[in-house]
Design a protein around this ligand. Structure first.
Ligand code: GLU
Ligand code: MG
Length: 451
């Protein structure tokens, strides 16, 4: 859409505030709104934000990074294609932004630009990516200091779907009104836990969609008197909230799925195996990009279908990468890889960019995964010796381990660039310092609302 069309649409629809929004280094969605009277000017020159916002921890603890303090601004420059009226807030609209320096260049700490850079690298190799997220979330109410799930229904329970119906139906309507297409809905294994997936899109749009999705679910639930939480493990005794990430590689015209080869035992191409191998190699550090919060590591544990091991396998939901079975009749189109250690406390741009950076490294180096990493059973059932013989390693089991793994992975930190890598790692360390001094209740309370 052109800027003048956006202004016209906002005025015609009775919008008074247009939120310029982004997802920050902590995975928190933030923004500032312009009144519609200033919209035209703001679309052209953005809205200024202090650079400090990209070094705030999960509790707004400002971290010391040169050039990211009280002095200096970045501009939120909207991507006009992302403008959306908000069906759940008729007087408001949303537009997603890139972070731009005052000399009008992409800011090195911009997560959306990290993804754009990785996509540009892929494009120079004649590859485009399609992606889809599979978000899980809880519906709950606050009761004093604790949270109580909406119901006690079972996995895929139609009763659970009936109990959550009004909220979920409003969410579906609101997502569709914003141009997102729904794939599937079911209640998940946790009490009050929901899963509603949306159709794949090109990778940048998929990440944008996830921001729109999180905003929509939380707003709709709130309006009906419920809290929706995407925190990775909002109830320690219940299932975690994953954000499994599906990815497929396509040729430049987006016509041929480059991960597909009908002649292979898993119907995967050589390129897919290179990509898988890159993910396997970089998974320890990559885990920090896809599961960055203290609460992420309460989710990642053996036997909870979140995956805890660096391996891959056909329809294996305890492997870090699942190779999903195909849709009959559209095998090529439905070939993709499902990355499972991801959760929605991650920034979807950083998470996807990290997955792509790791996969591209595997492609560039023509890596092939070791035979032992392919597994058709739950790796948690293997003895330590059997795991070692196969070369299957554990994923980081604490935030601190994941921090060290990313620090040691120069392919990933080089892909991020020094400013994004430093600021990201610094606030992850601050979160570790903070949350490791407190108990689980404190951790839950301070993740439940934010994600
Ligand atoms: N809730 C599980 C997780 O934390 C995933 C369950 C499933 O959809 O397989 O990833
Ligand atoms: Mg699920």
């Amino acid at each position: 859409m052109e800027a003048h069309e956006i202004v016209q649409q906002a005025r015609d629809s009775g919008v008074n505030l247009v939120m310029f929004a982004y997802c920050d280094n902590s995975g928190i969605i933030r923004g500032k709104a312009t009144h519609v009277s200033g919209l035209e000017r703001r679309l052209a020159s953005g809205i200024g934000v202090t650079t400090a916002m990209q070094v705030m921890g999960d509790m707004d603890q400002l971290q010391p990074i040169d050039g990211m303090g009280p002095v200096g601004e970045f501009r939120m420059m909207p991507d006009l294609d992302t403008f959306t009226l908000l069906p759940y807030a008729p007087k408001r609209a949303l537009i997603l932004v890139d972070m731009i320096t005052m000399d009008q260049k992409p800011w090195a700490a911009c997560p959306r630009n990290f993804l754009k850079r990785m996509l540009a690298q892929a494009e120079s190799m004649a590859i485009t990516f399609q992606a889809a997220f599979e978000p899980e979330w809880y519906l709950a109410r606050q009761d004093g200091d604790s949270f109580v799930p909406m119901d006690e229904s079972l996995d895929n329970s139609t009763l659970g779907a009936a109990i959550a119906r009004e909220i979920v139906d409003d969410v579906v309507d609101a997502l569709e009104a914003q141009g997102l297409a729904i794939e599937q809905y079911h209640t998940e294994v946790g009490h009050g836990q929901q899963e509603l997936s949306i159709t794949h899109a090109d990778a940048l749009r998929a990440a944008d969609n996830h921001i729109i999705y999180r905003e929509t679910v939380r707003n709709v639930a709130w309006q009906r008197g419920w809290l929706a939480s995407f925190a990775p493990k909002p109830f320690p005794d219940q299932a975690g909230n994953g954000n499994h990430t599906h990815i497929s590689a396509w040729d430049a015209a987006s016509e041929r799925n480059l991960f597909y080869d009908p002649n292979d035992s898993m119907q995967l191409s050589e390129l897919a195996y290179h990509f898988i191998s890159g993910i396997m190699e970089h998974l320890p550090g990559l885990t920090l990009l896809t599961g960055p919060s203290m609460n992420s590591y309460r989710r990642i544990s053996p036997g909870s279908w979140s995956t805890a091991y660096i391996c891959y396998g056909p329809d294996n939901r305890e492997a870090a990468l699942r190779v999903p079975s195909r849709f009959w009749g559209s095998e090529m189109a439905s070939t993709n890889l499902e990355y499972r250690p991801a959760d929605s406390s991650s920034n979807p741009y950083i998470a996807l960019a990290g997955i792509i950076a790791a996969g591209l490294d595997g492609i560039r180096r023509s890596l092939t995964p070791a035979d032992g990493l392919r597994i058709a059973e739950d790796p948690a059932r293997l003895t330590p010796d059997e795991l070692a013989a196969r070369g299957i390693r554990r994923l980081p089991s604490t935030l601190l381990e994941a921090i060290h793994a990313l620090e040691a992975d120069t392919v990933l930190t080089d892909a991020m660039g020094p400013l994004l890598a430093d600021s990201y790692l610094t606030i992850r360390k601050a979160d570790w310092e903070l949350f490791s001094q407190h108990d689980v209740d404190f951790e839950i309370r301070h993740h439940f609302y934010k994600y």
